[in-house]
Design a binder for this molecule. Structure first.
Ligand code: AMP
Length: 271
């Protein structure tokens, strides 16, 4: 596993390869990341993982400052996986300096779910994904369905500019059904248990929703009840179509999307 600290060494190291799988991450590597890496190593000749906590996608300074970082542990986990050929750990200026691009704007219809509550977040994500894809020039990019809205927006955005295929990968969960996430490292043991309980309850809600006439109206009452019962702040709890993310009443082609705060930590999931 070769560690690349800047664009120059990356370009030099990758120039002989043309079937590169790329796994962009913000570090604090967990089994969710490793599942994307595994997919990449099965489908591509070489796999490169990037670790970069992109300040431009944080709409809240405190959230950026407290985002879990542990580069030593990450490198150990990636190395031990034996599936990673290159790790790119750029500095901010390596990605953003000397390279001006037109400002990215989201369509009005895309300003839903996380885009509604995290102003500028996806603009920051699309910007960094554009820059990283331009630097790495991968054949395939592996991203998780846990961040479903991100997956859809990045796929659509990169399609216009690059040949790279974005491959969506399934969400990896603990045995208690909690989706793995770097932000889980910020939760106490008690809150991890509570987060698992909330997700298991939502899995039941998804089963029950089949019989409800107006499914999103029902989810509003569930949202109220959950907020009271678990003393959490839920930003959204909505059933949306998986193809266009429009509010939906058809269970087979939809998922329940949720974002909530637990002890100041923002968690998202979709079921
Ligand atoms: P992050 O480091 O949180 O920016 O995530 C990097 C990539 O890993 C993104 O494509 C995420 O969607 C994906 N990812 C995060 N958590 C999981 C998970 N539990 N299962 C599968 N993929 C995940």
């Amino acid at each position: 596993m070769k560690i690349l600290l800047n664009k120059t060494s990356l370009t030099e190291s990758l120039r002989h390869f043309n079937d590169i799988g790329f796994v962009p991450t913000m570090g604090s590597i967990h089994k969710g990341h490793l599942s994307l890496i595994s997919k990449s190593s099965q489908m591509c000749n070489k796999t490169i993982v990037s670790i970069f906590v992109n300040p431009k996608q944080f709409n809240n300074k405190k959230d950026f400052k407290t985002y879990p970082k542990n580069i030593k542990k990450d490198l150990k986990a990636l190395n031990q996986s034996k599936m990673v050929d290159f790790v790119y750990i750029p500095k901010f200026k390596d990605i953003f300096k000397n390279y001006k691009k037109p400002k990215i704007k989201l369509n009005e219809k895309d300003k839903i779910l996380c885009a509604k509550y995290r102003k500028g977040h996806f603009e920051g994500v699309l910007d960094v994904m554009d820059r990283l894809t331009d630097i790495v020039r991968p054949a395939k990019i592996f991203m998780g369905s846990k961040d479903f809205q991100q997956l859809i927006l990045v796929k659509k955005y990169l399609k216009k500019k690059y040949d790279a295929n974005v491959v969506g990968c399934k969400t990896i969960r603990t045995k208690n059904k909690l989706a793995l996430s770097s932000r889980n490292y910020l939760l106490s043991k008690g809150n991890l248990i509570l987060a698992s309980k909330i997700i298991r309850k939502l899995i039941n809600v998804k089963k029950n929703i089949k019989n409800k006439k107006n499914k999103n109206k029902y989810l509003l009452t569930v949202k109220d009840n959950f907020q009271k019962q678990f003393k959490i702040k839920i930003e959204y709890l909505e059933l949306r179509d998986i193809n266009n993310l429009k509010l939906s009443n058809v269970i087979n082609t939809s998922r329940i999307f949720v974002a909530y705060y637990l002890d100041g930590v923002r968690l998202i999931d979709n079921l």
